[in-house]
Design a protein around this ligand. Structure first.
Ligand code: NI
Length: 393
């Protein structure tokens, strides 16, 4: 199926998409506090003639576009939360909420899904089945996808597949990144506590130094990636904080470290906690201190289904042309879109938004982050084309 005149339909609404994105950009809210955001989303959906369901898993919003013909249901997901970042840029649409910012571009995800909704409503007669619009809270933490699934978003009507996208400053505007298999990593957390026995800095023989043991633990943990992981696989073990001690001349009795663990491979994901435990216990035993590990699972790996990925790629190529659709690098970032993609086959794709001429060059989560708004129509066209293709009957 070829999608015709989407260019025209979406092109005509570019100014509207930009306006929507800026409206949401001004009011960033943190996970499960997106009250203004979800109220505004619901208002926009009602203006389109839809009947949104609000308060799903707290601040989530769901709306259904029913096709003219019976068929399957495709879930279209946008995350809606901002970050605890103080926006540095002086753009006129900058955040009006101190220390909160749409520094990951989720404002654009809302705008693109609302834009897609508007086009899809006009094309209901082509749809065999339904498009279920899911505006999900708390992607940046603690995670809103799993609570929305628990709230029943995959039923009534039953969801058969899912798509979603992320605006992406790692690709230039005009490119859509589509890749099958794992594309974003699992994001686990670890806390390691080392307990020794304190003492005078000048009498180490009478103490068990937690600082020296912690230093050995951090160094030894690097062997998980270098020695326990296949050279063809990738993983990250980062210790991000290390706290303890009292003064320069006192031997510390206790050090607390926290870190993040990222993997793509399911088996490695299962093995890493055991590797950490073994290293911490071994090093601590060797140095005469006590070590405890608390390992917390975060979002699982975000993995794209081969068939749904092929469908999105074909739809994007038909709509935007071969040269616009690229095979992106995987990223060690995480996403709770992973829960939807574990529940049903689906595809999560990237919408390039890097543009040096417009200053859209900063990485996501940076206080000066901004995106090239010319990217928005590309995202909308890919969402709409993929949906119409999936619901073509
Ligand atoms: Ni994000």
């Amino acid at each position: 199926m070829t999608v015709l005149d989407l260019d025209e339909a979406v092109g005509a609404m570019t100014a509207e998409l930009v306006g929507l994105r800026r409206e949401f950009h001004r009011i960033p809210e943190l996970g499960f506090e997106e009250h203004k955001t979800s109220a505004l989303i619901a208002e926009k959906l009602r203006a389109l003639g839809l009947e949104p369901q609000t308060g799903v898993a707290g601040t989530g919003v769901v709306a259904l576009i029913e096709g003219a013909h019976p068929g399957r249901t495709l879930l279209l997901r946008a995350d809606i939360d901002g970050l605890p970042v103080d926006e540095r840029s002086e753009v006129e649409y900058r955040s009006t909420h101190p220390n909160k910012m749409h520094a990951c571009g989720h404002d654009s995800h809302i705008a693109m899904l609302l834009g897609a909704a508007r086009v899809l409503i006009d094309r209901k007669h082509e749809m065999h089945g339904n498009a279920k619009l899911v505006f999900q809270p708390a992607e940046e933490g603690p995670g809103g996808a799993q609570p929305m699934i628990e709230a029943g978003v995959m039923e009534n009507p039953h969801v058969d597949a899912a798509i979603g996208c992320h605006i992406w400053n790692n690709l230039p505007t005009g490119q859509i990144g589509v890749r099958e298999g794992p594309i974003l990593a699992s994001t686990d957390q670890v806390e390691i506590v080392i307990e020794g026995s304190g003492g005078h800095g000048a009498q180490p023989q009478r103490a068990a130094d937690a600082v020296v043991a912690a230093a050995h633990v951090v160094t030894a943990l690097q062997t998980i990636v270098s020695r326990n992981t296949s050279p063809l696989e990738s993983a990250v073990v980062t210790i991000g904080t290390m706290n303890g001690g009292y003064r320069h001349n006192i031997i510390a009795d206790r050090i607390v470290m926290t870190g993040t663990v990222r993997t793509f491979d399911e088996e490695l994901w299962r093995q890493v906690p055991g590797h950490i435990e073994r290293i911490v216990q071994g090093v601590c035993a060797a140095l005469g201190v006590q070590g405890t590990v608390e390992y917390t699972r975060g979002y699982p790996t975000t993995t794209n289904d081969p068939d749904m990925t092929a469908l999105v790629r074909e739809a994007a190529v038909a709509e935007l042309g071969e040269e616009a659709v690229v095979y992106p690098e995987k990223t060690m970032g995480g996403e709770d879109m992973s829960y939807f993609l574990r529940a049903v086959p689906g595809c999560f794709f990237f919408v390039g938004s890097h543009n040096a001429a417009k200053g859209a060059t900063h990485p996501h989560h940076h206080p000066s982050f901004d995106l090239d708004e010319d990217a928005l129509p590309y995202g909308v066209r890919t969402l709409v084309a993929s949906t119409l293709k999936y619901l073509a009957g």
